[in-house]
Design a protein around this ligand. Structure first.
Ligand SMILES: [Zn+2]
Length: 158
């Protein structure tokens, strides 16, 4: 287990904080709450696992952000976060989710790939998970390795 950490980065022209590691009871959200970034943009690309204590910490974090009236934007939500969002109502609070990471695996070259799927409300087409995509490594067909009908369900439940 690697305890959650974060670093400052840029997503395009926009400043953001990249979260990494596992979200557990040891995760410290105080520095994120203290960040002056407005909106608070979090890139969740490097988040590994989240356990039940981590879920509680995360929920109290999003509640505090919402209570403070601060806009929260989430980029590249890692699969562990998407799974929780699909199980727990309001897991992402009032956050605007700009993209998620969708897990694919290629049987031909034994490669696991995370594809960024845009989910912002202002996208031209509704977000959609392709069952199959060309593998970026070998060019063969790789398959989505989760439930495609369910993966983005949290977007509609909010
Ligand atoms: Zn491949």
């Amino acid at each position: 287990m690697t305890t959650m950490s974060f670093r400052e980065a840029k997503s395009g022209e926009r400043a953001c904080l990249v979260l990494g590691g596992d979200i557990t009871e040891e995760a410290d959200f105080a520095p994120l709450l203290a960040s002056a970034l407005t909106p608070l943009v979090l890139d969740l690309v490097e988040v590994g696992r989240i356990n039940s204590s981590g879920v509680r910490e995360w929920l109290s974090f999003v509640r505090e952000i919402a209570a403070a009236g601060r806009p929260l934007v989430l980029l590249r939500c890692a699969p562990a976060m998407v799974h929780q969002a699909n199980m727990i109502t309001n897991f992402l609070g009032g956050a605007e989710v700009h993209s998620v990471l969708a897990p694919y695996s290629c049987a031909a070259c034994d490669y696991d790939h995370l594809e960024e799927v845009p989910t912002a409300r202002n996208e031209a087409a509704p977000p959609n998970i392709a069952e199959q995509r060309p593998c970026p490594r070998c060019g063969e067909i790789m398959e989505f390795s989760d439930l495609s009908s369910h993966y983005l369900a949290f977007l509609n439940a909010r």
